[in-house]
Design a protein around this ligand. Structure first.
Ligand code: SF4
Ligand code: SF4
Length: 68
């Protein structure tokens, strides 16, 4: 069990897609259907796949990805 998983500040996500494909566990994807941001392309995060490695964080220039 990993305690430190990725956290996502979805309001900061511009949908640039720079983080997509950088996760070795395919925990990140893009979607137009993301709760309150429906119809706006944003990253979606699958916590079940994330092991908290942090590899994706430096690819986000907008501070949307972080480890707590
Ligand atoms: S912290 Fe690691 S495992 Fe989790 S989403 Fe980012 S790259 Fe993937
Ligand atoms: S790199 Fe950051 S802003 Fe771009 S899609 Fe990923 S989380 Fe969103």
């Amino acid at each position: 069990m990993v305690d430190n998983k990725l956290s996502l500040n979805i309001s900061r996500c511009t949908g640039c897609g720079a983080c997509i494909g950088k996760c070795p566990f395919s925990a990140l994807a893009m979607s137009y259907n993301n709760g309150e941001f429906k119809n706006i392309k944003k990253v979606v995060f699958n916590a079940d796949k994330c092991n908290g490695c942090g590899a994706c964080i430096n690819f986000c220039r907008f501070g949307a990805l972080f480890i707590k």
